[in-house]
Design a protein around this ligand. Structure first.
Ligand SMILES: [Zn+2]
Length: 422
């Protein structure tokens, strides 16, 4: 059944959000699509445009030493601690228009509405347009949010892109003052009341349940592994099946075992997206096989247990097939739970708009993973067509954009800056 009251109070504001997202998508390295990597000239142009829109909406805007655009909307008196809103304006290669940018443009629309109504709250609001969420250009990610949270390692300045350009040099080209001591970019304790991000869902749940928005419970923790199976090469015509130690067959069985365990575990996903066999010839039994394994869950405990189960199964499969298996962890990030008082408040705002509150985890990473070191975090997801993201086919409706802005405005108007510990 369609939800009642899912139309925005302000259709013009929703249309403006959509046209700005179209306009922002034109700042692209790729003339036929959208590619906007961290600290490129296109990123700078987009950052300047976002800063201009922030100023138009009544915020004081600046670009900080790591390329974040930060706009501040003072509260009832200057200098109050701030509730932080925002998302990222960098993209993957051949991206969609909504991942990241929506959260920035929608937040600007919300503040514009407060400003037009002459509303000043008993806290300040800052909108941040982060520049390095996707982590495509440099072998680092979340540089902007880590800097604001005070957890950025200065060694990232020496990271280089595929053309050998260092992050330090790229910051200079970007026109950012840069930094040697990232701690100086961080918020002071007590100055950040919380971080709330609007983002497209990047999954199919809200669409399947006919809901325009949903409240995020946690950003899933994730680990990536590189798994290497070693067997014995042999001639594909002469070695009988029973006498083989086929590394690729062992790897295949392991991948299916990981899939089975993930399917049987609530709130867990496991994915193999890469595999390679060696020597890699049509008539040679594989001596080696290497594959990736990405495991995610909103619960670190569930992920740890499932990882142990999967690796025990890998060892058993390897032994049974007379092969060996080596597992290396290449990346790990703990889950970032959203703060109860913020998710409850978002849920109340959703309910006040006549929408059934739906809580769901975020399987993808976001700047909240870094911001949680600074302050409590929350996220509101907006339905996206087919659950598709990181793809030019990414799509949201004007009506849903309007609902998300309405919910955000309502959330801001009800937000209690006194540490609402609950
Ligand atoms: Zn994103």
């Amino acid at each position: 059944m369609p939800q009642p009251a899912t139309r925005s109070h302000d259709d013009n504001a929703a249309a403006l959000v959509m046209s700005r997202l179209d306009a922002l998508a034109r700042f692209s390295t790729d003339p036929d699509g959208l590619t906007r990597l961290y600290l490129t000239p296109e990123h700078r142009a987009a950052a300047d445009q976002v800063a201009a829109w922030m100023r138009e909406a009544g915020l004081a805007a600046r670009i900080d030493g790591v390329g974040n655009v930060i706009g501040r909307y003072e509260g009832a008196r200057p200098g109050l601690p701030a509730l932080l809103l925002g998302s990222h304006i960098d993209t993957v290669r051949n991206a969609g228009k909504y991942d990241g940018c929506f959260g920035v443009i929608a937040a600007i629309a919300a503040i514009s509405r407060l400003d037009a109504a002459g509303i000043r709250l008993n806290f300040a609001i800052e909108i941040i347009a982060f520049g390095d969420e996707e982590g495509v250009r440099f072998p680092v990610t979340l540089s902007g949010s880590r800097a604001l949270a005070g957890t950025l390692d200065p060694a990232v300045l020496d990271a280089t892109d595929e053309n050998g350009v260092s992050l330090r040099a790229a910051l200079a080209q970007f026109g950012s003052p840069g930094f040697e001591d990232p701690k100086r970019l961080a918020y002071r304790p007590g100055q950040a009341l919380g971080y709330c991000e609007l983002h497209i869902e990047q999954g199919p749940v809200l669409e399947a349940e006919d809901l325009p928005v949903g409240v995020v419970t946690a950003i899933a923790g994730a680990a990536r592994h590189s798994v290497e199976v070693t067997g014995v090469a042999g001639h594909s015509g002469t070695v009988p099946m029973a006498l083989r130690h086929d590394a690729l067959c062992a790897a295949s069985e392991m991948i299916l075992a990981a899939e089975r365990i993930a399917r049987d575990t609530e709130e867990l996903v496991a994915t193999t997206g890469m595999i390679a066999a060696r020597p890699g010839a049509v008539n040679v039994i594989a001596a080696g096989a290497k594959f990736s394994l990405d495991i995610r869950s909103a619960s670190d405990a569930i992920r740890a247990q499932a990882t142990r189960d999967i690796f025990a199964e890998f060892a058993a499969i390897a032994a049974r097939r007379g092969t060996t298996v080596d597992i290396g962890k290449t990346y790990e990030a703990a889950a970032a739970p959203c703060a109860r008082h913020l998710t409850d408040a978002l849920e109340a705002s959703v309910a006040r708009h006549g929408i059934r509150p739906r809580r769901l985890p975020s399987g993808a990473g976001h700047d909240g993973l870094a911001m949680i070191a600074l302050c409590p975090i929350a996220m509101l997801f907006v339905r996206c067509k087919g659950g598709i993201s990181h793809n030019p086919a990414e799509s949201i409706t004007t009506a849903d954009a309007g609902v998300a802005v309405d919910v955000l405005v309502d959330f801001l108007r009800h937000f209690d800056p006194e540490p609402a510990k609950g």
